[in-house]
Design a protein around this ligand. Sequence first.
Ligand SMILES: [Zn+2]
Length: 442
Amino acid sequence: MKEPEEFYEPEIETISREAIGKLQLERLKRQVKRCYYDSEFYRERFDKVGLKPDDIKSLDDVEKIPIVTKEELRQEQINHPPLGRYTVAPRRDWRELHPSTGTTGIPINTIWTQRDVECLTQWTARTMWSFGVRSGDIIQNSFSYGLWVAGMSVHYAAARLGCFVLPIGATMTERQLDYFVNPGSTAMVATPSYALYLAERMRQRGISPDQIPMRLGAFGGEGGTEVPATRKKIEQGLGIDAYDYYGLAEIGPTCASECKRKVGIHWAEDHILVETVNKDTRERCAPGETGVLVLTSLTREGTPLIRYWTNDYARLDFEKCDCGRTHVRAVGGILGRADDMIIYKGENFYPVQVEKVVRSFKELSDEYKIRLTTHERTGADVVTVVAEYIDEKTNTAEFKSKLKRALREELIVTPEVDLVKSGTIERTEFKAKRIEDKRIKD
Ligand SMILES: [Zn+2]
């Protein structure tokens, strides 16, 4: 028997696979009906492939529904401003507008209704509980507030859990450190790159991890926490337990997180239907196979998305976790973004692999960049990994070739290496931009 303390909502978190399937099917059918009858956007897409809501009789039937991409939502919004016709809830039910961050183009607007706020507050409270937040904790909410989704969801959920919230957002770095000490935050959320920056500043200010009472944090909004070297740096730098957190504006913030076992991010499957599909054929992957995450909002009222192509790679495990939770896990977190794939000399790799290598060297800082340029003479692509040395003495040809060898081992190809002084690469309070594309385009 697991102690009841382990779960926030025991009945739903430890539900049998059969029962969660039943609940998902019921909610999927309802969602498909709403979308078909209340949204021209969805009706057109269903009609195009000759699909009617009643054709969805089992969870497997979801495969018959066309996948929707961010580009299609963007186009829909341009054709039918301001929100596109995928906003299903009537205007009187709208409560909050939250655009996607727009890191890859014009932001996509999404709408939260009152019920959406209620659902995402509940699942965020559940995820926060799963990595150990309890009533009485002082939460330093260093996710961006306002339009970005995660600041708000953590804020609402912290209140629900009975926590004391410091609504600072991803800003005022020195003040963040002051709050670490007094009133002494006990838990925090941030992007992993900002957490590393805070750890770096803490070291510079001479505050040691055992001077602050913080015991845990969850980090998301970009990759990083799932990389063992990065997680270790956050944990040691801040003296805490670090957990991986995932969400996206289009589907919902903070909807998947690690439990205490740190064996993949658990999804809130009562709210979201999770699939992985092959990048090229778009056919569904078998459990354990890596594919692009495709998500369906089962309970979302405002802007429900059916089979949304996230561009994120994951590998799903539907087996019950050692923690007792039965909801599906993405093992190893997000494995990369389909957009970020770099093709070099016939091999492909992801920024996260470079991160793994750079952060395994204690001679280097946590920051890095991947610079793409065009070779002046040959016109070929050149990939250069820019990393920062902590001590000038590291800047030697010998160290460079050591780094190159380690990169080659991980990436199969050998990039160029450029070492710069610590502090040269721009620090970020939001999402780190790792790829700098300076290639000459024809
Ligand atoms: Zn678990």
